[in-house]
Design a protein around this ligand. Structure first.
Ligand code: UD1
Ligand code: CA
Length: 451
């Protein structure tokens, strides 16, 4: 049977107290619903239908996946009603995996285990979990033989049923023929006046359809988000899990509780990451990389043996091997450091190439520049790349030395081996092996009386 997925995401999320739809709140930098869709994609379904409610336009703008169908549920009349809205989009001979848009961390392995239990259109599989505190959840009701015969909601449960520890996570696999047959039969005569999807289980069991169950490896896989507090807790659980994975691969986190990975982090071995580091987007770290405390690193590649010192911010930049960056450095988009380059404190680099072994160690702005190898840029050097309208390039060829506090007014180039005297404002190209000096002459007034 082909697989189709229906994601229920129409719930309002009142407890988030937010103008933003709940499923767009972010876990590890990614909307909750996107987590669900990314794990769904790994199951290779022929179609994914999202049942949305509140804030539909915004959800459709921020979420992406292949083979998506959007269905609006105007009024939230229960999970059975929500699935009912999606039935027009599903084929007759498929199995339907029902997921919740606010349960972000169900693993693909768990879902595969569940899907494997449904091999014919006369079987259903429910993801269940034994909880120490099952309060609030629907309970799995089993007969004397241990077979599931129904699910009872907390609000409809007898005292005895409330003692059942095995809960319905809400995630199930139901053949589409079964859904199409029984969804129209659901009634809302229950404690909440809702159409319960869970009532299908009792109906199906009475028709000798096999009800299988499967359990996840960890409880957090089935946890839904209803409040910001739950979101924060799940974030820490997830971050720790991500750190564990990297620790297993040879990364030392000085404190895994104080690191955030929001995106794809690809790591070599013998990496050390100090506290309060945030990784965003796609970040690749080579072997023996050291990252100091309080760094933010986004969409960047950092080569082997490179040190990123405390409080540096790196965004869409490429740093080669054996480099040193920071403390307090800022590498902006399209900054590229070749092997052995050094960028020190209070230096900002934007859209510039810094050649092998070159140094920009203190208090500089390097923008739209190309530096050759072994260039030394003195403290306080500024590339004046912008005239208020257009941006221009600065070139410093191999072995150039720029004296401190120089302004290089672009477009300008300093040829191989040349020196710029400290305090110069350079507006004309400097030919190779020359000294460019452009500063007011000093005069000393002798016997000067202080006012
Ligand atoms: C449901 C289950 C319960 C299970 C619990 C797990 C039913 C009747 N009950 O409880 O057995 O233990 O989930 O969390 O199915 N939704 C819609 N439209 C609606 C109603 C809900 O899209 O009209 C979505 C919500 O956005 C949410 C999911 O369905 O993602 C579950 O809804 P929620 O109200 O959280 O679950 P319960 O009905 O309380
Ligand atoms: Ca409800």
């Amino acid at each position: 049977m082909n697989l189709e997925i229906v994601v229920l995401a129409a719930g309002k999320g009142t407890r988030m107290r937010s103008a933003k739809p709940k499923v767009l709140h972010r876990l590890a930098g990614k909307p909750l619903l996107q987590h669900v869709l990314d794990s769904s994609a790994e199951l290779d379904p022929i179609n994914i239908t999202i049942v949305y409610g509140f804030g539909g336009d915004q959800v459709q703008r921020e979420i992406s996946a292949d083979r998506l169908t959007w269905i609006e549920q105007r009024e939230q009349k229960g999970t059975g009603h929500a699935v009912g809205q999606a039935l027009s989009t599903v084929q007759d001979d498929t199995k339907i995996l029902i997921l919740y848009g606010d349960v972000p961390l169900t693993s693909t392995e768990t879902l595969k285990g569940l899907l494997d239990k449904v091999t014919t259109d006369r079987s259903i599989a429910v993801l269940t979990c034994d909880l120490d505190d099952p309060a609030g959840y629907g309970r799995m009701v089993r007969n004397g033989d241990g077979n599931v015969v129904g699910i009872v909601e907390q609000k409809d449960a007898t005292e005895a049923q409330k003692q059942i520890a095995e809960i319905n996570t809400g995630i199930m696999v139901i053949p589409s023929v079964v859904l199409k047959k029984w969804i129209p039969e659901l009634s809302s005569e229950n404690a909440q006046g809702e159409y319960y999807l869970t009532d299908i289980i009792e109906m199906a069991a009475q028709q000798q359809i096999d009800i299988h169950t499967h359990q996840p490896a960890s409880v957090y896989e089935i946890e839904g988000i209803n409040s910001r507090s739950q979101l924060a807790k799940l974030e820490r659980v997830h971050q720790l899990e991500l750190c564990e994975k990297h620790m297993d691969q040879g990364v030392t986190f000085i404190d895994p509780a104080r690191v955030d990975i929001r995106g794809d982090l690809i790591t070599g071995t013998d990496i050390t990451v100090d506290i309060n580091v945030v990784f965003e987007g796609k970040v690749v770290l080579g072997d023996n990389v050291e990252i100091g405390p309080n760094c933010v690193i986004k969409d960047a590649v950092i080569g082997d043996n490179t040190q990123i010192h405390a409080n540096s911010v790196i965004d869409q930049a490429k740093v080669s091997t054996d480099c040193s960056v920071g403390p307090f450095a800022r590498l902006r988009p399209q900054a590229e450091l070749a092997a052995g380059a050094r960028v020190g404190n209070f230096v900002e680099v934007k859209k510039s190439y810094i050649g092998k072994g070159s140094k920009v160690n203190h208090l500089s702005y390097i923008g739209d520049a190309t530096l050759g190898d072994r260039v030394n840029v003195g403290a306080g050097t500024i590339t004046c790349n912008y005239d208020g309208k257009n941006k221009f390039n600065t070139i410093m060829e191999d072995d150039v030395f720029i004296g401190s506090n120089s302004a290089l007014v672009a477009p300008v180039s300093i040829a191989k081996g040349s020196t710029v005297a400290a305090g110069s404002t350079i507006t004309k190209d400097v030919p190779n092996s020359s000294l460019g000096i452009a500063r007011a002459k000093q005069r000393n007034i002798e016997d000067w009386k202080k006012p």
